[in-house]
Design a protein around this ligand. Structure first.
Ligand SMILES: C[S@@+](CC[C@H](N)C(=O)[O-])C[C@H]1O[C@@H](n2cnc3c(N)ncnc32)[C@H](O)[C@@H]1O
Length: 224
């Protein structure tokens, strides 16, 4: 068990170092991709978020400008260097955002005993492709949502177009071992398996990009 934990810790610290190294150039690189492929995805996400918002894998905080002014935003990320840029962005925007290191696979907000069902909205954009255990991450996001709350995801996923799917397969031979970057994941299926109801789902860029909004059901009246 101890050996397993230390393997996990070593794995995590490898990707933490990776994202720390990526941080200074991240906004520039992401800007190029966004203009080419992501359309209005950050606005789409921000316009659906409300209340107590948790952003998982918040990175440099590129979504912060798009949340409603009265949203109470918390962001977690494994990379202190990415978070440092997000802190500066929040200050420049005049937003009071709680930003802290944390792992998507083990969300920990045990404040006043309220660790489960704590958030009105959970957001994860372009990070599930990079989280080592994305199944566990989606289950964690569902757990910390309150009943009736919304999970908002956007990411590159396995394409609907066969030629793009073949290209994704080839790219993954390099991107997974070198950058921890997966191109053929299917978050939609994990969201459904976690018991959430997908209410909106868009696929674009030849089906390689997906954004979705899913609601955590309320327990039925009288259910135990
Ligand atoms: C491609 S960036 C996306 C950042 C941001 N969400 C955006 O939309 O620009 C991926 C982010 O996921 C973070 N990340 C990777 N694995 C993680 C994990 N297990 N837990 C939390 N954050 C993680 C990285 O540090 C990085 O900031």
């Amino acid at each position: 068990m101890r050996a397993l934990r230390s393997t996990h810790a070593a794995y995590r610290s490898r990707w933490q170092r990776h994202w720390d190294r990526m941080a200074p150039a991240y906004d520039h690189r992401m800007g190029v991709l966004e203009r080419a492929l992501f359309a209005d995805t950050r606005e789409w996400i921000g316009s659906r978020a409300s209340g107590r918002v948790l952003e998982v894998g918040v990175g440099t905080g590129l979504n912060l400008a798009h949340y409603p002014p009265d949203a109470a935003v918390t962001g977690i990320d494994i990379s202190p260097a990415m978070l440092a840029i997000a802190r500066k962005r929040a200050a420049d925007l005049g937003r009071d955002v709680e930003l802290r290191t944390g792992s998507a696979e083990a969300l920990d907000f045990d404040i006043a005993g309220l660790n489960t069902g704590r958030f009105d909205t959970v957001v994860c954009t372009f990070s599930l492709c990079a989280v080592p255990d994305h199944r566990r991450a989606v289950a964690e996001m569902a757990r910390v949502l309150r009943p009736g709350g919304w999970l908002l995801l956007a990411d590159h996923v396995v394409a609907t177009n066969p030629a793009v799917r073949a290209a994704q397969c080839v790219v993954e031979w390099f991107s997974v071992p070198l950058h921890g970057e997966h191109f053929r994941r299917r978050p939609y299926e994990l969201v459904v398996a976690a018991g959430l109801e997908v209410r909106e789902r868009d696929r674009f860029a030849l089906g390689a990009l997906e954004r979705l909004a899913a609601r955590k059901p309320r327990p039925e009246a009288g259910a135990r």
